[in-house]
Design a protein around this ligand. Structure first.
Ligand code: PMP
Length: 353
């Protein structure tokens, strides 16, 4: 740290992204990426001409992609905001609407407290219930910025739409942000509620179910006024926040909806298979609607299992937070990868015995 850093950032603890080691070829089950490539039509959309056109700035209004997404969700283009990954949108949300403080669960996406600290937003981390579900009552009539991941991460567990609606309805004086990064793997989206509530922002990403994590593309659906707030911040920081190639690939992605739905069904199938196998091996596996499962063994501690898997070329995500340190979050890969994963876990357990 230099002596020039603004005082307010000196104590900031930055977010630690999942590791991306390059020392060997790992089976990467640690950052919830898709094991599948983008649709063939998306790959074909990238031409030499498109690369040459990089000399030109991208469209700051993202008109084409916005209209395509608006068509997909049957909303107006003014209900859609596009950004450089959904992290960008979450950052903007804390920046824009954190003045009365923020609430989110104690076990959820680890970036929320970092955004809160970054923007000087006071926040409370409300404990999940003992079964790791979100306690709806904690969020009623609070009128602070509320951020809920649904399905939650790293648990994978969904909250009922009726509970989400009650939270939105009882907090009319502040935005409720529902982060649906993983909703396509079996959750139910609450985006139709934007018609009814002007305080709802639904945040989505192309990084998981749309196989485009490296493209960095996220979007939000919400009331026009909320979207206008986000636009204001975007135009005050980085108007060309999405590069031309990503915008092009994003449009081709929306056109290839069938391909992605099929891949989601495949992930769900392999998730069920993997969870069943882990349960046979004595694991507790939380019910997941995401492209990962959260599991703990009674026979080996979470951290040890993480290291033993890494030694054998398989990466999963381990969190050191007290309540979840016995667990690992395991991204669902291809069927072959998950078979290798389960066999390796079985070997490790046998060696332990
Ligand atoms: N929300 C949640 C819950 C996530 O797990 C992630 C991925 N780490 C993101 C948002 C951000 O995704 P991206 O910026 O790639 O869209």
């Amino acid at each position: 740290m230099s002596r020039f850093l603004k005082e307010q950032y000196q104590k900031l603890e930055a977010y630690t992204p999942g590791e991306q080691p390059r020392d060997m070829a790992y089976i990467k089950l640690n950052t919830n990426e898709s094991p599948f490539p983008p649709a063939p039509s998306v790959v074909a959309a990238m031409t030499a001409r498109q690369v040459e056109d990089l000399r030109l700035y991208s469209d700051p209004t993202a008109k084409g992609l916005r209209e395509k997404l608006a068509g997909l969700y049957q909303v107006a283009p003014e209900n859609i905001f596009l950004s450089n990954g959904s992290d960008d949108i979450l950052n903007f949300a804390f920046m824009a609407w954190g003045q009365k403080g923020a609430l989110f669960p104690d076990i959820t996406y680890g970036f929320y407290p970092v955004f809160a600290e970054l923007h000087g937003v006071e926040y409370l981390e409300l404990p999940l219930k003992s079964d790791f579900s979100i306690n709806k009552e904690d969020y009623l009539y609070r009128n602070k910025l509320i951020v809920i991941t649904n399905p939650n991460a790293p648990t994978g567990m969904s909250m009922d739409l009726s509970a989400i609606e009650e939270i939105i309805r009882t907090n009319p004086e502040s935005p409720v942000v529902i982060d649906e990064a993983y909703v396509d793997f079996g959750g139910i989206s609450c985006y139709p509620l934007i018609e009814k509530y002007e305080n709802l922002l639904v945040v989505r990403t192309f990084s998981k179910s749309r196989c485009l994590a490296g493209g960095r593309l996220g979007y939000a659906i919400g009331a026009k006024e909320l979207i206008a707030d986000l636009e204001k911040i975007k135009y005050s920081t980085n108007p060309y926040n999405i590069n031309r190639l990503t915008m092009l690939l994003g449009e081709a992605t929306v056109d290839a909806e069938d391909y992605y739905q099929e891949k989601c069904r495949e992930i769900i199938r392999v998730r069920q298979q993997t969870a069943a196998r882990l349960r046979e091996l004595g694991f507790t596996v939380l019910p997941s609607d995401a492209n990962f499962i959260f599991a703990k063994s009674g026979r080996i501690c979470g951290e040890k299992l993480y290291f033993e898997l890494k030694k054998r070329g398989i990466l999963v995500r381990h969190f050191t937070k007290e309540r979840i340190r016995e667990f690992n979050r395991i991204t669902i890969g291809t069927e072959a990868q998950m078979e290798k994963f389960c066999n390796t876990v079985a070997e490790i357990l046998e060696e332990q015995a």
